[in-house]
Design a protein around this ligand. Structure first.
Ligand code: BG6
Length: 488
């Protein structure tokens, strides 16, 4: 298999899922800090104090009752509070990444570590210092950082004051934060992603416990518009501050298929791609809303506040790179009652040709090849897979080994699919596996849904000494990297 000479092999994490130290050195709260642990069957909950000060909780993705305020409750376990304590283990973890031969490490900055509330005019020095240390440590081993500016941990204070990106004020706040990062980490970081899985606002709308309303669509499209503008202005700013900066979009890449050859399924398949994947990619890569946007808005009576300056900035702030996460595919159909895959975040119908993980996620490497070709054909931009992997339960043996052939098998198949896409002609620049070290699952809040090459001793109740162990996949990935993808 032929991978380009300077191909970026590596792994990816997000601050809220691994750093821990949630209240250390002046960090403010994020929504993940008031989110409990769930399982495959039970949702994660958001905790609050109601208007009378009484504690309560609602399922993730639901609204708080009128007058309630987010709150960290006593005697409640919040897995993200400690994560895997990367905050205090980063040197050890980066040394392990270097041992595997990582060329790139994707991580995110916790916005509330830099601006605790999101409204301050000056950043938190301790936060800046922490990330400088991390980037310097990476540089020591010649590992290129790829930094996500916002990865599911926007300041909770801003959410309480202005809703989740429901006010233009978010744009200025985000830009103050992004500018601080570009300036403070100038020379240390060259690769940036503006928002993690920006399309998740529309993609996961139907996962609401209640039926999705027009108001939900209004909120999702409004949020996206403000994020698009913030992203475009950040791209311009990043280029101005350092012309060597490369800025990418980051899309949740679930490949969809029509379940049947019924022409109506084909139309649904096309419309779904437009709505959940291309809507965001088009704005961020071409600088303008696609032709089908108006119809999507009309369907749900959405009205957006788009100014001429917004349009100008969108056009001028297109991204340099298309990056995406890819785990699985799903099927869409207009037919009634299709068989569904069980599991959290599982959408659409079950594909009879694929196998599914314990969490109901399909394994579909061909879907990755398809996605790469589809997107490259659309934009012709360089691409990177910045998340891919298998969440599975691992067993730590008495002798400290972990045998994870299922993970190796999953990753091997996806590396082969990327090699095919490269042969097809796609300009693919890198492959960063998700959760290269075990971390807290975003979907279920469990540590036992492990993705890593490195095992972390921690259980779902918060017991364990956080000691790190190398899994079999650690040695396998090291060989993949040293052979530049030839020995998989
Ligand atoms: C992506 C997110 O959606 O999927 C990550 O960017 C997340 O934050 C990953 O962890 C895997 O999902 P989960 O639910 O298994 O953690």
């Amino acid at each position: 298999m032929n991978f380009p000479k300077n191909f970026y092999w590596g792994g990816a994490t997000a601050a809220n899922q691994c750093e821990g130290a949630y209240d250390v050195d002046g960090r403010g709260l994020a929504k993940t800090d008031v989110t409990t642990a769930g399982t495959n069957e039970t949702p994660r909950f958001i905790t609050f104090l109601d208007r009378n000060g009484k504690p309560g909780r609602v399922a993730q993705f639901e609204h708080l009752p009128e007058g309630a305020q987010y709150a960290v409750l006593k005697d409640t376990y919040y897995p993200n509070h400690d994560g895997i304590d990367f905050y205090h283990h980063y040197k050890e973890d980066i040394r392990l990444f270097a041992k595997m031969g990582f060329k790139m490490y994707r991580m995110s900055i916790a916005w509330p570590r830099i601006f605790p509330k999101g409204t301050e005019s000056r950043p938190n020095k301790k936060g800046i210092e922490f990330y400088k240390n991390v980037f310097q440590e990476l540089r020591k081993y010649h590992i290129e950082p790829l930094v996500t500016i916002s990865h599911y941990d926007d300041p909770l204070y801003m959410i309480e004051k202005h809703g989740d990106w429901q006010d233009r004020k978010w744009i200025a706040s985000y830009l103050r934060y992004a500018e601080t990062c570009f300036k403070e980490f100038h020379g240390l970081v060259h690769y940036w992603l503006t928002f993690n899985e920006i399309n998740s606002s529309v993609m996961f709308l139907d996962l609401n416990m209640k039926k999705t309303t027009d108001a939900d669509y209004q909120a999702a499209y409004r949020k996206l518009h403000y994020q698009f503008v913030a992203s475009a202005r950040a791209v311009k700013l990043a280029h101005k501050i350092d012309p060597g900066n490369v800025v990418g979009c980051m899309i949740c890449g679930i490949t969809e298929y029509p379940l049947t050859p019924d022409p109506m399924d084909m139309i649904k398949f096309q419309k779904d791609w437009q709505k959940v994947v291309h809507y965001c990619g088009d704005v961020q890569c071409t600088g303008t809303y696609p032709y089908f946007a108006e119809k999507l808005w009309k369907e749900h009576h959405v009205k957006l506040d788009i100014t001429p300056k917004d349009r100008k900035d969108l056009a001028e702030g297109t991204v340099d790179l298309y990056t995406f996460s890819y785990y699985n595919s799903s099927c869409v159909t207009t037919h009634k009652n299709p068989v569904k895959a069980k599991g959290n975040f599982s959408m659409g119908a079950k594909n009879p040709y694929l196998e599914y993980s314990e969490w109901g996620w399909s394994t579909d490497p061909e879907g990755l090849r398809y996605f790469l070709n589809e997107i490259y054909d659309r934009y012709g931009l360089p691409m990177m897979v910045v998340e891919n992997g298998l969440g599975a339960m691992d067993r730590l043996e008495k002798d400290g080994t972990i045998h994870d052939p299922y993970r190796i098998d999953y990753l091997r198949q996806h590396i082969r699919a990327m090699a095919e896409a490269l042969e097809d002609g796609v300009d693919l620049r890198g492959y960063l596996t998700w959760g290269c070290i075990d971390l807290i699952s975003a979907g279920t809040g469990e540590i036992k849904k492990r993705y890593g090459f490195i095992y972390v001793d921690r259980d779902p109740k918060g017991n364990g000494d956080m000691k790190r162990y190398k899994k079999d996949s650690f040695y396998w990935y090291k060989r993949v990297i040293s052979s530049n993808g030839k020995r998989v």
